[in-house]
Design a protein around this ligand. Structure first.
Ligand SMILES: [Fe+2]
Ligand SMILES: [Fe+2]
Length: 135
């Protein structure tokens, strides 16, 4: 069973980004599934690597579009992205050094951060970009 189900409540009114968010939620569910099968520790590095790659691409696209339309909240939004990437990198480091015992801690952080960021921060650009004709 999926840990997180995407629902229309998560829509940020930009189709491209809804698709990106679905893909990111997919990685979180993948991690949850591997943990339930007892393979969390073995598969965490690979899943985190995919997640870091894809968030890099996704954050860049969001920032590009906000910048192109002179969105006021760009700086604060970028800062949230930056802190997230840093946090994941430190998880990767700690995990590779054997300092993080529980993949569960990482899983819950990813889930909570992503849902909060989509619902509170990404949603702020929705109506603004829509008004600019982005769909
Ligand atoms: Fe974002
Ligand atoms: Fe996003």
């Amino acid at each position: 069973m999926a840990l997180v189900e995407w629902s229309p409540d998560y829509s940020v009114q930009v189709q491209e980004f809804d698709l990106h968010h679905q893909k990111l939620i997919g990685y979180i569910n993948e991690l949850n599934d591997s943990m339930r099968q007892g393979k969390g520790k073995a598969q965490l590095p690979e899943i985190l690597r995919k997640l870091v790659d894809y968030t890099g691409y996704h954050f860049e696209r969001e920032e590009e579009l906000m910048e192109a339309h002179h969105f006021q909240g760009l700086a604060a939004h970028k800062e949230e992205h930056r802190i997230f990437v840093e946090k994941i990198r430190s998880f990767q480091r700690d995990f590779s050094l054997g300092r993080v015992a529980l993949s569960l801690e990482i899983l819950h952080f990813l889930r909570d951060w992503l849902l909060h960021h989509i619902l509170e921060t990404d949603k702020e650009y929705g109506p603004f970009l829509k008004e600019k004709g982005v769909s």
